[in-house]
Design a protein around this ligand. Structure first.
Ligand code: FES
Ligand code: FES
Length: 908
């Protein structure tokens, strides 16, 4: 028994002294507010205060905490500064998914006890060990610096009826995130749940045979069962597309990537963890892997899957105009090959959840972005109808596309079904990184031409995207890239092709941008070169070519009125001048530091590409006066629960505080589609608007009031204009249902059609300095101008922009996933607080006639222009053309050397 003081209470824990303090807090004391993102001291999610000093609880043995004071997030509210900090986090929108929030709060608490009004540098130093993948850190920094103000009872923002849209409301699901009460996939399970541990291929490509597991079961009495492919009751395959279920729950005889699941152990936690790899009766025969699309496309390469003998999963293309004629009349033509790397989602919450048998069906509680898609997959592998499966999403500790594919769900469901016991699983960080999907690495050959005035005449892009061992979202990427390949510009002739190519690498899937960020790196770099070639300023070059309302696109679509790229560029222009002048002044100093300013633009189609994409929302008002918003859109941290509520509330005409919310349970909410493709604000938002309007219309009908009537809930009485409705007299609840499916048209074989009903536009500036001796890059400032139709909640919009930019910084400068070598957050680097510079957001609102109150989407647009703008700035500073990302110091140095051989000069 080890005694310690936790949050002011004397506690004893009956556990060995070498138990991790994080485990003791979570598993023995039920304090699951302390999160575990890596169990290795890398992420800081487990940060607590030990005698007032921050520690990673995953690195502290319980014995070391004996007789000492531990403060966790659950104890924060009892301290005035702790409560102030929580309120500051809510006010500033500093928590998105919230999985890092307890760690951030605890690290901040240590600082604020010593320095109640800290400088930005002090905050960066104090919080530098805690990683956040969502926020870009800026709002966290603001909140910590501002916490002292919340020692007074500063009221948080609330809005009256009809004023929610456009207001900076704190997120509706924020409080549990700052108190530690939020339950993620690993935070809860039935007490009698068994544990599941998947065993995975250590080889990128191998044949294997399974032997007799009986001796293993006998040697480990706590093991209940071993599951293999033979145990899958239904289809041993899952995948995003209805006709491509190519990823097995358990591989059958062949492993196609390092991380492919081969079998799973079910039993007590101690038993499944005790099994060593060498005890397993698995005979491996390693085979030569196909490590790249080039190898997979080579003459005579073996097929990763017999169904695709040439290893090409799919090819998307857009053909428009006379490309060769366009190049023939060009005054300047540039071309280049660009390469990008695997990028890991690195959400701080690894995959986790539990399942249980429920009558003739199964219930699964797990972290996800797509509950209805999960339902289909689980039903498929169980051989059950979808209605027999209930998916209850846990809070999602970051997704970014990586939790659109199922992870723990199929195995857990099979185990629970076969054993008739609840079964839970929590992936380790290493397992998460090895097994989950990645951003597609791409090799892109692009060519662009313009006339003497800088007007684009032709553009060609040919991209091979490494889709890894299984299809996942490969077809979506191959389809989306050609549409966006030339960027948001008027280009009269385009030939764009993207192929998704199978290899023996981890499956590449959805990751914020679906292949578009990679293509943007190519297109924007070429446009910088063309601008130089024709002597135009890079911003002016983009302005000359920018798409405008009413323009046709290379898919033959005619743009509507909501095209705000010109406004974005105009808003940036004064910043461009100021930053460029500052860089030129700084470069007047001698020394190895060279300053530069870069620019890049983007457009992004909201929602699915040329296919149906519906969402359904429901609002009810019952005889108990309970106003319930039944919202099937999973909030993965981006704030959809808040934004959709703001929309629904204003459409109905009651304040947001009147609503109760039910989110994302397939037994209770209608299908809102997946949380991806920046679609929830636009698609589900419009459905929420329709639902609110429908309920309002029936209330007005019932009370015979006109459209301007004001609503007010007064106990059981609903006041409607000058009428009153006694809700307790209702026989059935009043209901409003809204459904929206954006009008699109499938693309034909030449990529002609209407791929998206709405597009976001943006332009970003980056100011940075390059150390030309070390090859290191330091970002000084980013200015981001985004046309998002309408900012439903500006605080949340800024949070999305900051977070997208942070991920763009990682893509440009540091992130490179290498299977088997970077399967942890120590070797795989993501931006930390000190890596994200000051960011200024300029919101451009060009109301989209289809969007709810004019809104479009922002999640992916925020990321797309960042990496190309950084590369543009490096080139501006040094003349170096970076053609391979991430721009690690050795690549920057090599590019600087190459530039000096070419005689290229820095611009400023
Ligand atoms: S869980 Fe302790 S540092 Fe990541
Ligand atoms: S809010 Fe920080 S990781 Fe999600």
């Amino acid at each position: 028994m080890i005694a310690l003081l936790v949050n002011g209470r004397a506690e004893t824990v009956s556990a060995p002294g070498d138990t991790r303090l994080s485990g003791a807090l979570r598993d023995h004391l039920g304090l699951t507010g302390t999160k575990v993102g890596c169990d290795a001291g890398d992420c800081g999610a487990c940060t607590v205060l030990l005698d007032g000093a921050q520690v990673c609880a995953c690195l502290v043995p319980l014995a070391q905490a004996e007789s000492r004071m531990v403060l966790t997030v659950e104890g924060l509210a009892a301290q005035p500064m702790g409560a102030a900090l929580q309120r500051a986090f809510l006010h500033h929108g500093a928590a998105q998914c919230g999985i890092c929030t307890p760690g951030m709060l605890m690290a901040a608490m240590e600082l604020l006890q010593a320095a109640p009004r800290p400088t930005a540098i002090e905050v960066q130093d104090a919080l530098g060990g805690v990683l956040c993948r969502c926020t870009g850190y800026r709002k966290i920094l603001e909140a910590v610096q501002d916490a002292h103000r919340f020692l007074e009872a500063v009221p948080l923002v609330t809005m009256p009826a009809g004023a929610a849209v456009g207001a900076r409301l704190p997120r509706t699901d924020g409080r549990p995130k700052v108190t530690g009460a939020e339950l993620y996939g690993a935070d809860t399970a039935p007490a009698d749940a068994l544990w599941l541990r998947a065993l995975r291929s250590p080889h990128a490509h191998a044949r294997f045979t399974l032997g007799d597991f009986a001796p293993l079961l006998a040697a480990h009495p706590g093991l209940a069962r071993v599951l293999t492919a033979r145990d899958v009751p239904g289809r041993n395959g899952f995948g995003i597309y209805p006709d491509i279920k190519d990823q097995p729950v358990f591989a059958e005889g062949v492993a196609r990537y390092r991380g492919d699941a081969v079998c799973a152990l079910i039993g007590t936690r101690e038993a499944v963890e005790a099994v060593r790899a060498e005890e397993l009766p698995i005979a491996w025969e390693p085979l030569p892997p196909l490590p790249s699309p080039a190898a997979a496309l080579a003459e005579g390469a073996p097929a990763v899957h017999a169904r695709w003998p040439d290893n090409v999963l799919t090819e998307g293309r857009v053909l428009h105009g006379e490309v060769e004629a366009g190049f023939a009349r060009a005054a300047h033509v540039v071309e280049e090959v660009f390469e990008t790397s695997f990028v890991e989602h690195a959400y701080i919450e690894p995959e986790a959840g539990w399942a249980r048998r429920a009558g003739a069906g199964v219930e699964v509680f797990a972290t996800t972005q797509a509950p209805y898609m999960d339902r289909e997959e689980v039903a498929g592998v169980l051989g059950l109808p979808p209605e027999a499966v209930r998916i209850v999403p846990s809070a999602c500790g970051g997704g970014f596309g990586g939790k659109l594919d199922v992870s723990v769900q199929p195995m857990l469901a099979i185990a629970a079904w076969l054993l008739d016991r609840p079964v839970r699983a929590v992936w380790s960080r290493t397992e998460s990184m090895a097994a989950s999907t990645k951003r597609h690495p791409a090799r892109i050959h692009a060519r662009a031409g313009c006339d003497t005035t800088g007007r684009l005449t032709a553009f060609v892009l040919d991209g091979d995207y490494d889709t890894g061992a299984y299809a996942s979202w490969g077809p979506t990427v191959a389809g989306r890239v050609p549409v966006h390949a030339m960027g948001p510009y008027r280009v009269p002739a385009v030939r764009a092709r993207a192929r998704a190519v199978f290899t023996h690498n981890p499956p590449s899937g959805a990751f914020r941008g679906f292949g578009v960020p990679q293509a943007a790196i190519a297109q924007e770099a070429l446009y910088d070169r063309l601008a130089d070639a024709c002597g135009l300023d890079r911003l002016e070059f983009r302005l000359v070519n920018a798409l405008r309302p009413g323009d046709g696109t290379p898919t033959g679509q005619v743009m509507g009125p909501s095209v705000g790229l010109v406004q974005c560029l105009e808003r940036l222009r004064p910043h461009w001048r100021t930053l460029r002048d500052a860089a030129a002044a700084a470069n007047a100093q001698a020394g190895p530091l060279r300053h530069g300013v870069g620019i890049a633009c983007m457009w992004y189609g909201i929602g699915n590409t040329g296919m149906s994409n519906p969402s359904t929302m429901r609002i009810t008002l019952d005889r108990e006066a309970r106003l319930v918003f039944w919202n099937g859109a999973v909030d993965i941290g981006q704030g959809s629960s808040t934004v959709l509520l703001q929309i629904a509330a204003d459409a109905l005409g009651l304040p947001v505080d009147n609503f109760h919310m039910v989110v994302g349970d397939t037994a209770l909410t209608a299908d809102a589609g997946k949380t991806s493709a920046s679609r929830q604000t636009f698609v589900s938002g419009r459905a929420a608007q329709e639902a609110g309007a429908a309920l309002r219309a029936s209330i007005l009908r019932l009370t015979n009031q006109g459209p301007e009537a004001r609503l007010r809930l007064d106990g059981h009485i609903l006041r409607v204009g000058d009428m009153s409705l006694d809700l307790s007299a209702l026989d059935v609840p009043l209901e409003g249902v809204g459904r929206f499916d954006p009008p699109t048209m499938p693309l034909n074989e030449n990529g002609q059609g209407v791929p998206y009903a709405s597009y976001g536009f943006a332009a970003q500036l980056v100011a940075l300095r390059v150390d030309t001796e070390l090859g290191t890059v330091r970002l000084d400032r980013i200015v981001a101008a985004h046309d998002l139709g309408r900012a439903i909640n500006p605080t949340l919009v800024e949070g999305q922009i900051h977070g997208g930019i942070a991920q763009g910084i990682g893509l440009a400068l540091m992130e490179e996933y290498i299977p088997g070598r970077t399967e942890n957050l120590h070797d795989y680097l993501i931006p930390s607080m000190g890596d994200v510079p000051e960011i200024e957001c300029l919101l451009v609102e060009t109301a989209d006639p289809l969007g709810p109150f004019g809104a479009k989407g922002i999640g992916e647009p925020a990321l797309v222009p960042t990496a190309p703008a950084i590369l543009s700035a490096i080139r501006d500073a040094t003349g170096a053309e970076i053609t391979r990302v991430p721009a690690l110091p050795h690549r920057v140095l090599a590019a600087i050397r190459e530039a000096s051989h070419r005689g290229a000069r820095p611009r400023t």
